[in-house]
Design a protein around this ligand. Structure first.
Ligand SMILES: Cc1cc2nc3c(=O)[nH]c(=O)nc-3n(C[C@H](O)[C@H](O)[C@H](O)COP(=O)(O)O)c2cc1C
Length: 373
C-alpha cells in the first residue's frame, strides 16, 4: 500500500494517540514492525502557527525516522493551511494526517473536531486548504474521522467522497460515532460502506484490532486496503511484528512471556528517559506499566507500586520482582486498555444541525491543547 509517495511494508498504520505516540514509543514499535507508518501525537494547528514551545517539543522525530508522520488538529481552513505551510517550509514532516474525529466538548461545542464532517462545505474547505498548502512540498495529507456524530447522522461516506475529491491521499475510519466515544464495538460494516464508495484512494479501517488476526479479518470482511491500530498496541509494541507476519501470510508468534515483556518495559523506560529526562519519563511511563501487565496474572501489589515508579533504578528493581515465566491469560490480549468510556452527550453549538449546508468556519483559534480523538 502507498500513502502518496510513501510505500509501506504492510498496510498498517499506528493510530495517533495523544500522550502516547511520541518518538520513543514509535521507535520501539518500529523495532518490531519496520517499514510501517507510525503517526506522532496530535498537535494543534493554532499552536504550531503561533509557535508554542510545548508543541514544538511534541513535533520531534527520532534520528533517521522515516516517514515522519504527524497528526494535525484544526477546524479552520486558514489556520490549518498556515500550519501545513509552516511544517512544509521547515521541512519537518513527510506525511500529515488531519483529525476530524475528536469528540471533546471543548471543540465540538464550537463546531470543530468531530462536528466538522456534519457540514460538508466546512469540511471541504479545511481539507482543500491542507492539500493546497502541502502540495508544493510533496507531502501527502490523509484524513481520519468517525462514522458521524450519532447513528442518526452518519457522515462517513460523504466525508470519504469529499476527501477524495479534495486530493486527500488516504482516509481512515474509526468505526464508531462521536456519541459512542469508545463504548461498544466498532461497527466494521461502516468501513465496508466507505470502501465501496471511495475507490480512488486507500481506505483504512480502524477500531478494535487487538490481535494480528483481527487485521486480516477486518480487511477480508470490509475490503479495506489497510488498518490503523490504536489501543491494541498499548503495552504490546510487538503487535506490529505480529501484524507484519500475519499480513505477509507468515505464522504469528504467541504473546511473549513476562521475562521478555519486562526487558521491553525496561528498554521503553530508558528510551523515554533519554527523550524527556528521567523524572518526566517515569511519570509518563506509569500508565504504560499497567498496559504492559494487562493479562499477566501478577497481582495488585506490584501493579500499584509500578504505577508510582519514579526512577529508572526503582523501575529495574520492580521489574526484577516479576516472575519471568508467567504467560498471558487466555484472551488477555483482548482486554481493553486505554480509553473505554462512552457513550457521551455530544456538545454542539445551538441550532448547529439546522443548516448543514452552512459554511461558517468554526473558530477554535484559541485551542492550544487537546487530549485526544
Ligand atoms: C489514549 C488515546 C489517545 C488518542 N488520541 C487520538 C488523537 O490524538 N487523534 C486521533 O485521531 N485519535 C486519537 N485516539 C483514537 C485512536 O487513534 C483510535 O481511533 C481509537 O482508539 C480506535 O482504535 P483502536 O480500537 O485500535 O484503539 C486516541 C485513542 C487513545 C486510546
Amino acid at each position: 500500500m502507498r500513502i502518496g509517495t510513501i510505500e509501506l511494508a504492510a498496510p498498517v498504520v499506528l493510530a495517533p494517540m495523544a500522550g502516547v505516540t511520541n518518538a520513543p514509543f514509535r521507535s520501539l514499535c518500529r523495532e518490531f514492525g519496520p517499514g510501517l507508518v507510525y503517526v506522532n501525537e496530535m498537535v494543534m494547528a493554532t499552536a504550531l502557527v503561533y509557535g508554542n514551545a510545548k508543541t514544538d517539543r511534541m513535533v520531534q522525530f527520532g534520528a533517521g525516522e522515516s516517514p515522519r508522520s504527524l497528526q494535525l488538529y484544526g477546524s479552520n481552513p486558514d489556520m490549518v493551511g498556515a500550519a501545513v505551510s509552516r511544517l512544509g517550509d521547515e521541512g519537518r514532516v513527510d506525511h500529515i494526517d488531519l483529525n476530524f474525529g475528536c469528540p471533546a466538548a471543548k471543540v465540538t461545542r464550537r463546531g470543530g473536531g468531530a462536528a466538522v464532517p456534519a457540514k460538508p462545505r466546512v469540511l471541504a474547505a479545511v481539507l482543500g486548504a491542507a492539500v493546497r498548502a502541502a502540495t508544493p512540498f510533496g507531502i501527502p495529507v490523509t484524513a481520519k474521522f468517525r462514522v458521524g456524530l450519532f447513528d442518526s447522522l452518519r457522515t462517513h461516506v460523504q466525508t470519504g467522497r469529499i476527501a477524495a475529491d479534495q486530493g486527500i491521499a488516504a482516509v481512515a475510519l474509526h468505526a464508531r460515532t462521536a456519541e459512542q466515544h469508545y463504548a461498544g464495538d466498532a461497527d466494521w460494516a461502516m468501513i465496508g460502506e466507505l470502501k465501496a464508495a471511495v475507490t480512488e484512494i486507500p481506505v483504512l479501517g480502524n477500531g478494535d484490532i487487538w490481535e494480528a488476526a483481527d487485521a486480516v479479518r477486518m480487511m477480508a470482511e470490509t475490503g479495506c486496503d489497510g488498518v490503523v491500530v490504536g489501543r491494541g498496541c498499548l503495552g504490546r509494541p510487538w503487535l506490529f511484528g505480529h501484524l507484519l507476519d500475519a499480513l505477509s501470510g507468515r505464522p504469528v508468534a504467541p504473546s511473549p512471556d513476562l521475562g521478555v515483556v519486562r526487558t521491553i518495559m525496561a528498554r521503553h523506560g530508558q528510551m523515554l528517559a533519554a527523550h524527556c529526562g528521567e523524572e518526566m519519563a517515569m511519570r509518563d511511563f506509569r500508565k504504560h506499566t499497567s498496559w504492559y501487565l494487562t493479562g499477566y496474572p501478577v497481582g495488585g501489589d506490584i501493579r500499584r507500586r509500578l504505577a508510582m515508579v519514579s526512577s529508572l533504578g526503582q523501575l529495574d528493581d520492580l521489574l526484577g520482582e516479576l516472575d519471568p515465566s508467567l504467560l498471558v491469560v487466555p484472551g488477555g490480549e483482548r482486554i481493553r486498555r486505554g480509553h473505554t468510556n462512552g457513550p457521551i452527550r455530544v456538545a454542539l453549538p445551538d441550532g448547529y444541525l439546522d443548516h448543514l449546508d452552512d459554511d461558517t468556519m468554526p473558530d477554535d483559534g484559541d485551542v492550544l491543547a487537546l487530549s485526544g480523538g
